[in-house]
Design a protein around this ligand. Structure first.
Ligand code: ADE
Ligand code: ZN
Length: 335
């Protein structure tokens, strides 16, 4: 089956990581910035491991210089979400890349992105909300400034706070101040953990940062007691199988823990992370899960229900999505 028509929710998507290579190349040319090394001969993004991926990601991001650039990027990402049948997405954006953590500049970037989203949603396009992320390898002091920017712009568009970047640097607990600040502002919380850090990183995220959502989290599978804890406490995982395969965590989808985590009762949904970097799309992720694990529309309807329960959007948006998914027979349970 093609999963294009099936309405999908995507809760783990980096905005710059979803930038079509052509858009980045075009901006680089106009700005006379040489980032040719970020691309392979076929015109796709080129990297050989996680650390290099982060470098290429930052090189690509360096050509996005103004709120208008981010408005254009948001349009392009909404186009792809629409093509892929994604009706609701949460995307990671960062004041580190948008204005260098200057609050006045950050407000302009947020306004530009939010306006594009409102305009598209009013015409039946996908609903897009933002999770402001600090970048782990930029350190805890930068994260504090990022959290303050997030807190100041919390509203209809900015719904959450999170952390991406290099999980092998520092510890989750080093960022507790930033997460406390965001929590006090009423933002939903998530952090990348259990991707390049092991199960201890997932446990620390839950215990030290108090998050109830984790980006990836798949390496929790290495600690059965932790898997039980995630299931019992209903800690939700934003699982991105294609990303994990492309970055070399697992040799193939059959070896990926997503099915074992599901069977253990862990709540989760499926996302693409940085789709053009990893050569994936939401439809491809669904097709692969159907092919390898026999997942069907009933199961994807359960995934939609789990995603809706974990989404950071307001109650009104959530109720509208619930209605839309029910009408399309794409929501399992009471919804
Ligand atoms: N930033 C963009 N993609 C990321 C990933 N997969 N892990 C950590 N930080 C990221
Ligand atoms: Zn990610």
């Amino acid at each position: 089956m093609s999963w294009q028509e099936f309405p999908k929710l995507e809760l783990h998507l980096h905005l710059e990581g979803a930038a079509p290579p052509a858009l980045v190349r075009d901006l680089a040319k106009r700005r006379h910035i040489d980032i040719s090394r970020a691309f392979n001969q076929a015109g796709g993004y080129a990297f050989h491991d996680f650390a290099h991926f982060l470098q290429v990601y930052e090189a690509a991001t360096s050509v996005l210089k103004t709120p208008e650039d981010y408005a254009a990027l948001t349009q392009a990402v909404l186009d792809t979400l629409d093509e892929q049948g994604v009706v609701y997405a949460e995307t990671f954006i960062s004041p580190d890349f948008c204005g260098g953590r200057d609050l006045a500049a950050w407000r302009e970037y947020v306004a530009a992105m939010a306006e594009v989203c409102q305009h598209r949603a009013a015409r039946g396009g996908p609903d897009l909300r933002a999770i402001v992320t600090c970048i782990r390898h930029f350190g805890p002091d930068a994260a504090k400034e990022t959290a303050l920017c997030a807190a100041e712009t919390m509203g209809a568009f900015v719904r959450g706070f999170g952390m991406g970047g290099n999980e092998t640097m520092g510890r989750q607990g080093d960022f507790a101040w930033a997460f406390d600040c965001a929590r006090e502002a009423g933002l939903g919380l998530t952090t990348h953990a259990g991707e390049f850090g092991g199960p201890a990183s997932v446990r620390e995220a839950v215990e030290k940062l108090g998050v109830r959502r984790i980006g990836h989290g798949v390496r929790a599978i290495e600690d059965p007691a932790l898997v039980d804890l995630l299931a019992e406490r209903e800690i939700f995982l934003e699982i991105c199988p294609g990303s994990n395969l492309r970055l070399g965590l697992y040799p193939n989808l059959r070896a990926h823990p997503v099915e074992r985590l599901r069977a253990a009762g862990v709540k989760f949904s499926i996302s693409t992370d940085d789709p053009p970097f990893f050569g994936t799309t939401m439809v491809q992720e669904y097709q692969a899960l159907e092919q390898i694990f026999d997942w069907d529309a009933g199961l994807f309807g359960e995934i939609n229900a789990m995603a809706l329960a974990a989404a950071f959007c307001d109650g009104h948006t959530n109720a509208n999505l619930t209605k839309r998914l029910k009408q399309a027979d794409a929501l399992a349970g009471d919804g």
